[in-house]
Design a protein around this ligand. Sequence first.
Ligand code: ADP
Ligand code: MG
Length: 245
Amino acid sequence: MSLLQIDRISKTFGGVQAVKEVSFELPAGQLLALLGPNGAGKSTCFNMLNGQTRPDSGSVRFDGRDITGMRPRAIWRLGVGRTFQISATFASMSVLENVQMALLSRERKLFQLWRPAACFYRDEAMQLLGQVGMAAQAQRSCAVLAYGDVKRVELAIALANRPRLLLMDEPTAGMAPGERNALMALVKQLVVEHQLAVLFTEHSMDVVFAFADRMIVLARGELIAEGDGDAIRRHPRVQEVYLGS
Ligand code: ADP
Ligand code: MG
């Protein structure tokens, strides 16, 4: 049984059918790309998976459990993490403190913040920073980090909740090509080593074909193609959507 099972989810906004009867599965240990032009319904899909948007119909199952319509916080607690395009770090705090905060939040201990943050989860936070290649910059302020390094800290923050499924909406937006590849190589490594399931959107086809195990393509809210890189490249409807031919 797949970790994530989406069955015919739909969502309409006013007169716009943003997502129409989309079904797919994502097993643990797989990196799945969600593709499609602007307005195809990718973000709406993400929002329906983490509880931000309730589907009009259809169901979302995570680890065998029906999570359709559950609140974002409850879904997050079950192990569905998400990274955002807008930075989720506190710029005035150090890299280490940001991850310590995330660990406090997981343990519902944010009320203990009156104690010096340095007391909490230092080892676990350093271990997470090691996983994302940021241990050497632990004491730096997030405000002075390079853009790609902020993204790594955000990944560590997302991992602090020990997610089994991670949703990443355009994780490499705004990055230079070298940074993009480095970040996705890291994500891929986490997928393999921790059997993490990752669903991500990405504009660069080079990145998608280099790292995704499988891809699904949306157009006008409908799933039009699914498969590995070769299948997607050869798919006539995908060529139509992307090349206008
Ligand atoms: P993508 O992420 O693939 O660019 P979206 O899921 O953001 O696509 O949008 C799909 C369609 O739904 C678009 O036509 C968009 O304008 C519409 N849409 C998305 N969210 C809302 C909303 N909250 N209210 C109204 N329309 C929305
Ligand atoms: Mg979007």
